[in-house]
Design a binder for this molecule. Structure first.
Ligand SMILES: [Zn+2]
Length: 416
């Protein structure tokens, strides 16, 4: 469902977001089509598209096969050169980053191994990554830096503990230092929420209003997206599915419980089964084992993990009735495809018989890059989406975006 504009004068920035949102979702759309899709007058839409063009956020292209006479049909698109942002994904032992433009293309990508127990080293790594990624002159305005981290990020019984989290961290003050040292806007979010927003803006969830996003990385996380906003819960810790006890009397978990889902369905769990849990070349070993597909430990783990996946899909569906469950994260796509295939047929649930089996689980097309993309989306989400109540924990840039989206005179925006 597309958002509707409002005629109140005070909502000009909101209406601009609505129009920008339609252009992004449609990819390429004429002024007349925009008028049909939003509840705004043709004149208002014309004013807004003129403004967005003047600001440089959209470009107009003449449609192919346009007739020579009369007004040439023009279509609008997001301007990929209108700026970029840097997304940094932190996982235990590794920082990956990318420079992402306004249409969700990753222009440059870097990755470094780092001892994530040591916040000083993590800060130095992030500064190095930003320095390297800022170089390309063609990238235009840098909207800011987004950092995605494994949750939960609010201090709870199960925050910052165990090998699937940023163990030993007690706070996120390192992000304040990142802001001070780079003089850039810095946003952060739980990795699953960031990646879910990335899928909403630029990925397989582009046309979905409500879905569940499962983040399969070193650990296992999840985010419920309702009306294209991430559902936060009481303290911003909602849908931390990795620590749901799913096997009675099962494997002890670092959170203090036993039988947690993440102990069966995560890269760390697989690495543990293969005997390479904390090895630096963990991912390479996993991929080569997957390709060979003969190790009994791997085959047994996959069967077991697929059983847990089938169960949790049923739980999620019966509780939340999402349009689909999108799976992304740093896990190799080959692995996720294998587990989803082994989990078939899925359990009966409220989605069974309503959604086709192939629609109940959809894999991210970005998979390993989904965290980077999601992190990079954080600084630009407000700009590109009319939904304001997103899971984004640094609102300092809001004034900047409001200034831009509320300005009629682009010369006053300060970045042209
Ligand atoms: Zn646990």
């Amino acid at each position: 469902m597309l958002s509707r504009g409002t005629t109140q004068q005070s909502s000009a920035p909101y209406n601009r977001r609505i129009v920008l949102d339609v252009i992004r979702r449609q990819g390429r759309v004429s002024r007349r089509e925009i008028v049909d899709l939003v509840s705004l007058s043709p004149q208002t839409v014309a004013n807004i598209t003129n403004d967005l063009q003047a600001i440089g956020l959209i470009v107009a292209r003449r449609l192919r096969g346009a007739k020579a006479r009369g007004q040439p049909p023009i279509a609008f698109e997001l301007n990929p050169e209108a700026g970029s942002s840097i997304g940094i994904s932190l996982e235990p032992g590794r920082a990956s980053a990318g420079l992402v433009n306004l249409v969700g293309e990753i222009l440059e990508r870097r990755e470094v191994d780092v001892d994530t127990h040591d916040q000083r080293r993590v800060l130095a790594s992030m500064l190095g990554l930003i320095r390297e990624l800022r170089r390309p002159a063609s990238a235009g305005r840098l909207w800011g830096v987004g950092v995605a981290l494994p949750g939960p990020l609010v201090k709870t019984d199960i925050s910052f503990i165990g090998p699937t989290a940023l163990e030993g961290w007690s706070d996120l003050s390192v992000l304040d230092e990142l802001r001070e040292q780079t003089h850039l806007q810095v946003f952060f979010s739980v990795d699953s929420a960031a990646a879910a927003l990335g899928e909403t803006l630029f990925g397989v969830a582009r046309t979905l209003d409500s879905f569940f996003y499962m983040h399969f990385g070193v650990g296992l996380g999840g985010t419920l997206v309702v009306n294209r906003s991430a559902y936060r819960g009481a303290n911003g810790n909602a849908t931390e599915i990795g620590h749901i006890p799913i096997v009675p009397g099962g494997k002890p978990c670092y959170c203090g419980n036993a039988g947690c889902l993440e102990r069966y369905l995560s890269l760390h769990s697989l690495a543990e089964a293969l005997g390479v849990a904390d090895a630096p070349d963990r991912d390479a070993v996993i991929v080569s084992q997957l390709e060979r597909n003969s190790d009994p430990a791997l085959l047994a783990w996959c069967r077991d993990a697929a059983d847990r996946l089938r169960d949790v899909v049923c739980v999620i569906e019966n509780i939340l009735d999402p349009q689909t469950i999108v799976i992304g994260g740093s896990a190799p796509k080959l692995l996720v495809e294998r587990l989803v295939a082994l989990a078939q047929p899925l359990h009966h649930s409220v989605r069974g018989g309503v959604a086709a089996s192939s629609d109940r689980i959809v894999l991210s097309e970005r998979q390993e890059e989904s965290s980077i993309l999601g992190a990079a989306v954080l600084p630009i989400y407000n700009l590109l989406s009319p939904r304001l109540e997103v899971l984004q924990q640094d609102r300092r840039a809001e004034a900047d975006v409001e200034g831009l989206m509320g300005q009629r005179d682009p010369s006053r925006v300060g970045w042209l």
